[in-house]
Design a binder for this molecule. Sequence first.
Ligand code: C5P
Length: 273
Amino acid sequence: MILTESAPAKLNLALHLRRRRGDGYHDLATVFAFTQFGDSLSVAPSRELSLSVEGDFAEAAGQGRDNLVMRAARALAEAAGISEGAALRLEKRIPVAAGLGGGSADAAAALRLLNRFWGVDWSLAKLLALAEALGSDVPACVASQTCFGEGRGERLAAWPITLSGTPVLLVNPGVAVPTGPVFAGWDQIDRGGIPIGAGLQGLRNDMTAAAVGIAPVIAEVLDAIDRAGGATLVRMSGSGATCLGLYPDLASRRVAAAALASRGWWQAETALL
Ligand code: C5P
């Protein structure tokens, strides 16, 4: 028996930084959203716990025991007292170190998948406690629904505006941007939080300036999506370098994607879950 679970890419439709904390993290406010596009994780019976990674970004993701999928699997096995193994296979389509939460999405998918496969049968709420220890974005990825996040991203609340089905264009210029240095480059000016349900156009990604400082091509990507036209929102996701456009319909997303194709950047045409 082989079971499969999708690992939707994570977007930050807005990301406001509030405060650098003493523990090395930042308090933030964010609107998380997820796309139909993502990685895929499958599992087959095995005595040992193992992971093989395939797909466009397999090499960048790494095969080893340190992959977040393996850490998630070990955490669940330990917490639930499981001694069985699992042969996991990850199809890696989400670019790595790209602001799309790829590793977090994979870890969350591993929790959901093995929860079923091993018959652990925990509620999503119970999986969240394990998710939090694996990374700041992992709890949001467990639910993979548009939501509001606070704290270091682990305190979640409902987002009252339905965005499901909204066409999205993702554009990544092929520069891996490590998260830590982008946080470190923030000017530490608190520009305010996110009122629940606020219009997205009036919100920001406060990591943009620092990310552009590390990878100047991000400014070009944002400008190119803007100039391609039709987007209701153009924004960098997470700590970059992926930028997104939201569109009112499929036709306008297609027109923008076609206009940008000649740049030779990685692109994905998808929609919000
Ligand atoms: O939680 P996670 O392991 O995904 O975070 C990776 C790094 O990103 C942290 O070590 C920290 O430097 C930074 N980070 C942060 N504030 C957050 C989330 C992440 O400073 N809210």
